[in-house]
Write a protein that binds this ligand. Structure first.
Ligand code: GTP
Ligand code: MG
Length: 201
């Protein structure tokens, strides 16, 4: 799929104030600094579309970007940033959870996982919560450029083995790098296939 048009629409903390209408939307979630905003810029081919930062905690709001005038990408705040403090983390968690539970237009959630790390409790628990609430999601392993081939494969296999303990069936998963555009075609094709399915109904 070609992205011919990508524009920022609105930022807010309240799911009620998200754009009305029923265009499908794809949201990106994961721990702070995992690379959500960078991935959105990579997918859309627009470097400054979503704000990124080397310091965790950059994205604080729900951000809607309209793509090709027909679907949305949503950049969400990251969870689990300890320096935000307990109250700050709880606030962010509320924003995220309300959005995920209440936004009917949310067609698929991409959960981003840092491919360099071993399975993190916070991510596994978050997936469990998604499963309990019947939220459709897929996994994207990020920052693949930071690992040499063998190590990348090893980490991803270890992750999948960990998931096998909890899940009978896997969600789809992708490997990405915002530095060298790994995964771009696969992720966009996946979104396109879901959009087509929705439009054919
Ligand atoms: P929050 O908004 O704080 O939750 O973070 P985020 O998940 O949106 O992360 P962001 O895209 O701002 O990226 C965090 C840092 O990781 C930045 O310094 C990025 O340059 C870097 N980064 C993101 N993706 C990649 C990648 O694929 N490869 C490499 N090498 N660095 C990346
Ligand atoms: Mg961000």
């Amino acid at each position: 799929m070609e992205i011919t048009n990508a524009k920022f629409i609105i930022s807010n903390t309240d799911v009620e104030k998200c754009p009305s209408g029923n265009l499908p939307e794809y949201a990106f979630i994961g721990r702070s600094n995992v690379g959500k905003s960078s991935l959105i810029n990579m997918l859309t081919g627009r470097k400054g579309l979503a704000m990124t930062s080397a310091t965790p905690g950059k994205t604080m709001l729900i951000n809607h970007f309209l793509i090709n005038d027909s679907w949305y990408i949503v950049d969400l705040p990251g969870f689990g940033y300890a320096k935000r403090g307990h109250k700050g983390q709880e606030q962010i968690r509320n924003i995220i959870e309300n959005y995920i539970l209440e936004r009917d237009q949310m067609t698929n959630l991409f959960l981003l996982i840092d491919s360099r790390l071993e399975p993190q409790k916070i991510d596994l628990e978050f997936m469990e919560w998604l499963g309990e609430n019947g939220i459709p999601f897929s996994i994207i392993f990020t920052k693949a450029d930071k690992l040499k081939g063998g190590k990348l494969k090893m980490n991803i296999n270890a992750y999948l083995n960990e998931l096998r303990k909890q899940w009978e069936e896997f969600p789809p998963y992708f490997i990405s790098s915002s530095e060298n555009t790994t995964g771009r075609t696969e992720i966009l094709n996946y979104i396109e296939s879901i959009n087509k399915e929705i439009n054919s109904k």
